[in-house]
Design a protein around this ligand. Structure first.
Ligand code: C5P
Length: 289
């Protein structure tokens, strides 16, 4: 087969259905447990053969302006990490069509990195297996292995250990903010505040597997919430407002700032979203995942 000149991947956003912080580690990370659910909101990552390695971010100015440029861009970091293992003969241009809010806890940067790694593995004919790609992804960011999986996963360790999880289709209302929260800040605040460690997630996992949104709603939790809400009251208010509008449950995703409300159906999500200008309706997992 002749090598491909262009490879395109959808880079799906994620929702953390629960996020349980177990302990701070010596290396500055935290051991955690989280159910990571890909949703149908996605960036599109296109890689093309080129002489050098470069990244070009397109989309609405309010999104592209927030994407870290050049060497700080996670997709480029991912590409460099892959190139270090695969030693391609040329470079690549990486085009990101941005739709996922930035620094929102929705995994946009990690999803772009995962999509770039996966697409370049094909473009460059590296033939690297999934487990090795996940190792490469873990070096780029703790969430990248989960985003490489392409289906719901239960994540452990600092995020690098993932196991496939089964989740029925769920409808969400995503409430986003014009400010992001850096994950090092959210985890440091958890340390400073001696934040909580939530309950055994098994009942939540059972409800998620059954796609039983009514049971799942009250079980959603994120141990980073109290510290973030204390410093960004608008995020806590969004959670209370989602519940007041009839969401079955609401939870901050990742280290924030987005809060996601769980709905019964697409129609229910639409009626909740009407109270939140700019809210996005999403479902997950995406078909076929
Ligand atoms: O792995 P990543 O680069 O996404 O992590 C960014 C920062 O978030 C880490 O340097 C650390 O401060 C914090 N973090 C953490 N525990 C995790 C994941 C991230 O403390 N499991």
């Amino acid at each position: 087969m002749s090598p491909r000149r262009v490879v395109r991947r959808e880079a799906h956003a994620k929702v953390n259905v629960f996020l349980r912080v177990l302990r701070a580690r010596e290396d500055g990370y935290h051991d955690l447990e989280s159910l990571v659910l890909p949703i149908d909101l996605a960036d599109v990552v296109t890689v093309r053969v080129a002489d050098s390695l470069k990244v070009d971010v397109r989309g609405a100015a309010d999104l592209t302006g927030k994407v870290p440029p050049g060497g700080l861009n996670l997709a480029l970091v991912g590409a460099l990490a892959l190139a270090g293992v695969c030693d391609p003969s040329g470079g690549a241009s990486i085009q990101i069509d941005k739709r996922i809010p930035v620094a929102a806890g929705l995994g946009g940067g990690s999803a772009d990195a995962a999509a770039a790694i996966s697409a370049l593995n094909e473009l460059w004919g590296c033939g690297i297996d999934e487990a090795t790609l996940a190792d490469i992804g873990a070096r780029v960011g703790s969430d990248v292995p989960a985003m490489l999986a392409g289906h719901p996963v239960l994540m452990h360790g600092r995020g690098e250990r993932t196991a496939a999880a089964s989740v029925g289709k769920l409808w969400w209302v995503l409430v986003t903010f014009d400010f992001g929260i850096r994950s090092p800040d959210a985890y440091r605040w958890w340390d400073e505040d001696r934040g909580p460690t939530g309950p055994d997630p098994q009942p939540l996992l059972d409800a998620a597997e059954a796609g039983d949104a009514e049971t799942l709603g009250p079980l959603l939790f994120n141990d980073l919430e109290p510290s973030v809400f204390a410093r960004h009251p608008a995020v806590g208010k969004a959670k209370r407002d989602l519940l007041a509008e009839g969401a079955l449950g609401a939870v901050m995703s990742g280290s924030g700032s987005s809060v996601v409300g769980l709905a019964r159906t697409r129609g229910h999500a639409t009626s909740i979203a009407a109270a939140f200008p700019g809210a996005v309706i999403a479902s997950g997992p995406p078909p076929g995942r």
